[in-house]
Write a protein that binds this ligand. Structure first.
Ligand SMILES: Cc1cc2nc3c(=O)[nH]c(=O)nc-3n(C[C@H](O)[C@H](O)[C@H](O)COP(=O)(O)OP(=O)(O)OC[C@H]3O[C@@H](n4cnc5c(N)ncnc54)[C@H](O)[C@@H]3O)c2cc1C
Length: 407
């Protein structure tokens, strides 16, 4: 599957984020990780830190799947607001999920620092604007439930919003806790750190077949003619999970993004916040370390990459018009645009852990939804605990057979 097309910004800006040799012979390990995107990289890093030997395989260059196309806003808010998630899984569990995502932001910051920084990780506020007047009531409900549960948020009406910025929203929810990153660069650094700690990373090596022996060990065959044998397998193949999952677990959609030419200032922008909106078509904005704006969203329920790509020029033009409407005082000009495939779950939560009908030593790390990277971090902790301890206190929330994931 072609995961993205057009001109994603990060690989252009950063070049190759890391280089690894293809698999050159048979290898035996404790954990095989399929996929060297941000998810596989975080898992490899966390296992390597825990002293667990692992081998990572990717058919592309490391980090060049969806991770290369990511706009990389880091938010603890799921695509499903807390007040709606609470009605699906109960307030206590919904708050637990939101708090775990909040903790993931802190952990990602710690990881960035432990790797020496330089991955564009910055703490940000996030401002969610009511796209329509009628959305103010939902934002109020959201502000209530979050404040009641200790999240640092403030509901702004039009007057207080005007004092802060020039964005034309009726109401907005201002959250103190968000961040942004260059996920492509961070993935390269994570993989290099894991390799230094003993992990074997091989990109340009496709896994073509796998088999589980009676004793539970897994063998992966590759297009290089060599095998990897492991006690555990982690499937971190992002949106390319069709071969490993039954239909109906996730819905694929197409999403679009552009990055502007740099500007010394963005008049009307509130304090370098991440900006996103209620309602559809969904749209969000962030800044880059070199003074640009990334605008993304305008998703379409298209699964065919050719149809997705056909719509790129029209979608990029629509995103630019939107940007100009939101920031009328700024000079917005598109530098590059791109599109990618994306996936959603019904409850906005990721799938992490073994399938109920599958082997207990084959774990999935599927961070679907708008905050896939936050979920990747969560998955890295849960899977490390499942491998090392045989259990994780959080695994139950994200299991495949939770009722809220089904239609
Ligand atoms: C345009 C866009 C914007 C986004 N914006 C955000 C955002 O703002 N915030 C956020 O948190 N998330 C965002 N996301 C989602 C986020 O980027 C993804 O959740 C994340 O990058 C997924 O990482 P991954 O490692 O799971 O998948 P990938 O990066 O796709 O890595 C999976 C890897 O598995 C490899 N693979 C698959 N099958 C095989 C095989 N058989 N053999 C060997 N290798 C295989 C692939 O080659 C691939 O490199 C966005 C996504 C897109 C497309």
């Amino acid at each position: 599957m072609n995961l993205h097309s057009g001109t994603p910004f990060w690989p252009l800006r950063d070049g190759l984020s890391a280089v690894f040799p293809p698999l050159g012979g048979a290898e035996d390990t404790e954990v095989a990780i399929l996929g060297a995107g941000i998810t596989g990289a975080l898992i490899a890093h966390s296992l390597a830190e825990a002293g667990v030997p692992c081998v990572v395989l990717d058919r592309r260059d490391a980090a060049s799947g969806s991770t290369a196309a990511s706009t990389a806003l880091l938010q603890y808010e799921l695509d499903v607001p807390l007040h709606r998630l609470a009605s699906m899984i109960g307030e206590q569990n919904a708050v637990r999920v939101y708090k775990l995502c909040l903790r993931s932001l802190d952990r990602l910051g710690q990881i960035d620092r432990s790797l020496g920084g330089g991955h564009g990780f910055r703490r940000r506020q996030s401002l969610q604007g009511a796209a329509r007047k009628a959305h103010a009531a939902a934002l109020r409900r959201e502000a209530d439930i979050r404040s009641r549960n200790g999240f640092d948020v403030e509901l702004l009406d039009r007057r207080s919003l005007r004092k802060l910025c020039a964005l034309p929203y009726h109401h907005a929810l201002l959250s103190e806790d968000a961040a942004e990153v260059d996920a492509y660069l961070l993935t390269g650094s994570l993989l290099m750190a894991a390799a230094k700690a003993g992990a074997n990373i091989h990109d340009r090596t496709a896994v073509t077949r796998m088999r589980r022996a009676r004793n539970g060990n897994i063998t992966l065959w590759t297009d290089r003619g060599h095998c990897v044998r492991a006690r555990h397998l982690v499937i971190a193949t992002g949106y390319e999970t069709r071969p490993y999952l039954p239909d109906g677990i996730v819905s694929l959609v197409s999403t679009y993004a552009l990055v502007t030419e740099p500007q010394p200032e963005w008049p009307g922008w509130p304090e370098n916040c991440l900006i996103w909106e209620t309602g559809r078509p969904y749209c969000y904005l962030r800044r880059t370390p070199d003074g640009r704006v990334i605008a993304g969203g305008y998703d379409e329920p298209l699964t065919d990459p050719a149809k997705r790509d056909e719509m790129l020029p029209a979608k990029a033009a629509a995103l630019l018009r939107k940007l100009r409407r939101l920031l009328p005082g700024a000079c917005c000009e598109t530098a590059w645009s791109w599109c990618g495939t994306f996936a959603e779950t019904r409850d906005g939560m990721p799938h992490i852990g073994p399938r109920p009908d599958g082997p207990p030593n084959v774990y999935f790390a599927l961070g679907y939804g708008g905050n896939g990277i936050t979920f990747s971090q969560l998955a890295s902790e849960i899977i490390r605990d499942l491998v090392v301890e045989g259990q994780s206190p959080e695994a139950d929330l994200f299991r495949f057979d939770r009722p809220s994931a089904r239609d």
